[in-house]
Design a binder for this molecule. Structure first.
Ligand code: GLV
Ligand code: MN
Ligand code: MN
Length: 429
């Protein structure tokens, strides 16, 4: 976008003013307040998507946003939008935010930080007395984590392609509850919030997030410009044998689904270590055992497979490896595999990276680091929809999806300053 010099100067001034009005105390208080919804004695947060505690936290966010003067709306996937209007309602808005849900036990920051950062940017603009040309929408996406209902990033992916929602509604959690029913329940809780259509056009989208890995901390750099997101695929493997008595059934006559599953798992880990030069990451995170009794041979075992790599060809090869292992397994039972999620690598546009770099450099008084995201994020779907990018701040010991997840408060502050600069610059154009 080419702007006349006066407009350019004003864009820069507004971006700088917004950045300088970020209030660190208010930000830290907001993080602590949201973490009370699902807060645990060990410092972690348990707020899986669309649970009662998640719904309570959504109500809290709605009230906070209304107090800042935002227009609140919600879409058919219960994604919550907090809008600060601009001077020109006919222009597409600038979108920022992240997700409010957590892993079964997560930290205070994964997702929550990006949502609260967006609200802090709005508070800073209010304090600075700036009205931007474009509206700013802060979003809290539904079910980014994918731990209760698979796949992950449901809200953002349904937002950019609403036909996905019908399939998502049929997903069930471990108690057999349908995502569709949990969604209807969530929507029924907020009848005071107007419904909005999805998708809507956006001029750009920026998601601020903790890195959740060790790269920034090891480089001793406070701010990261995320160039893209690595490829990910999820599967469910199911081994079906014969449940039988643990004491009486001879070892060589068993259809032991656990023995079969463990055998496949071990071979997968071995194959994964052969791909370590390509940084392939393999996680077998969820196991379900039937009948799950100490003295019955497991008749059915299913486990999840999460594979990720920056190189899509490696993930493709590893999927073939998985399928071949299952096909060649010989035992008194059967094995099946279902792919439940796949996403190729995401690359964010250079124009967005350059702008974010400016915001980070001014906030941190130093050049930020460019890096690829190991975790997936809602931004990976928004990248299909509008120019999108992400900012990272370091994670202590690189740890996340864990109660011990933490980031130095000053780094959190710098991240929001960088976000304020970039969002305000975009909304002023
Ligand atoms: C998101 O939580 C991911 O699994 O990358
Ligand atoms: Mn996240
Ligand atoms: Mn997460």
């Amino acid at each position: 976008m080419n702007l006349p010099e006066d407009a350019l100067n004003q864009t820069n001034t507004h971006a700088e003013l917004a950045q300088d009005h970020i209030n660190n105390d208010r930000l830290q208080e907001a993080i602590a307040a949201l973490a009370r919804f699902g807060g645990r004695a060990d410092g972690g947060v348990a707020r899986e998507t669309l649970t009662a505690i998640d719904l309570a936290s959504r109500r809290y966010l709605i009230e906070q946003a209304r107090a800042l003067g935002c227009e609140v709306s919600i879409d058919d996937c219960a994604n919550l939008f907090f809008r600060r209007p601009g001077n020109r309602p006919e222009l597409p808005s600038v979108l920022t935010g992240s997700h409010g849900d957590t892993q079964p036990v997560g930290g205070k920051l994964d997702g929550a930080y990006g949502v609260l950062a967006g609200l802090e940017v709005i508070a800073a603009l209010n304090d600075a007395g700036i009205t931007t040309e474009r509206a700013i929408d802060v979003v809290a996406w539904t079910n980014e984590e994918g731990s209760r209902f698979g796949p992950g990033a449901m809200g953002s992916s349904a937002y950019v392609e609403s036909s996905r929602l019908a399939q998502y509604r049929t997903a069930r959690d471990a108690d057999g509850i349908f995502f569709g029913d949990a969604l209807d329940n969530a929507l029924a809780e907020v009848t005071d919030v107007p419904r909005r259509t999805m998708p809507q056009p956006h001029a750009a989208c920026i998601e601020l997030h903790i890195e959740q890995g060790p790269v920034l901390e090891r480089a001793a750099i406070a701010l990261g410009v995320v160039t893209g997101i690595q490829s990910v695929r999820w599967f469910t493997v199911t081994c079906t044998g014969t449940a039988a008595h643990a004491g009486t059934t001879p070892m060589d006559e068993r259809g032991d689904a656990m023995a079969a599953a463990v055998g496949v798992a071990q071979q997968l880990y071995q194959q994964a270590s052969r791909e370590s030069v390509h940084q392939l990451r393999l996680t077998l995170g969820r196991w379900q055992v039937g009948p799950n009794s100490i003295n019955t041979i497991p008749g059915r075992v299913s486990f999840s497979v999460d594979m990720r790599c920056g190189d899509e060809a490696v993930v493709e090869r590893f999927e073939h490896t998985l399928r071949a292992l299952l096909h060649n397994a010989t035992w008194r039972g059967s094995m099946s595999v279902e792919r439940i999620f796949m996403r190729p690598p995401t690359r964010f546009p250079e124009s967005m990276l350059t702008l974010i770099e400016q915001g980070c450099t001014r906030a941190g008084n130093a050049a930020p680091l460019r890096l690829t995201s190991g975790a997936f994020h809602d931004a990976m779907y928004l990248a299909e929809h509008c120019p999108t990018a992400m900012i990272f701040v370091p994670s202590k010991n690189g740890i996340s999806h864990n109660a011990a997840e933490a980031t130095d408060p000053h780094d959190l502050f710098l991240g929001v300053q960088a976000l304020a600069y970039a969002v305000t610059a975009l909304a002023s154009r």
